[in-house]
Design a protein around this ligand. Structure first.
Ligand SMILES: [Ca+2]
Length: 122
């Protein structure tokens, strides 16, 4: 597994200056629940994308219909798939790369988060 360090750059919404966030993955059994969840997202993506690291339309449908059905409805109609695929494919190369996929995960997670907040259960 990859080890090393690099940086990601976050945009400051006020002065538009990129802010450097050092990233230094050190896989370990002591990883947090969140870190393990992040790795799970990466593994699921690669399970469906294979070595090409991009999802074709049929692979996106299979991933959603196998891995996300408790959060979003199964995709049954071609028109629904075409629309979702078009929305996610930001660079228009007719494939979904990891950055485009993680946008879907972020949107669905954000939409569902209210159901899982502690206040909602009490
Ligand atoms: Ca794309």
């Amino acid at each position: 597994m990859f080890t090393g360090s690099f940086s990601v750059f976050l945009r400051d919404s006020k002065n538009k200056t990129p802010r450097r966030l050092p990233v230094s993955p050190r896989p370990s059994r002591a990883m947090s629940e969140l870190e393990n969840s992040m790795i799970s997202i990466i593994k699921v993506f690669h399970k469906y994308s294979g070595h090409k690291c991009k999802l074709r339309k049929a692979e996106l449908k299979e991933l959603i219909n196998n891995e996300m059905t408790h959060f979003i409805l199964k995709i049954q109609e071609q028109e629904t798939l075409d629309q979702l695929f078009g929305d996610l494919d930001q660079n228009g190369d007719l494939e979904i790369d990891f950055k485009e996929f993680i946008a879907l995960v972020a949107m669905v997670t954000s939409a569902c988060q209210e159901l899982f907040t502690p206040a909602h259960h009490s």
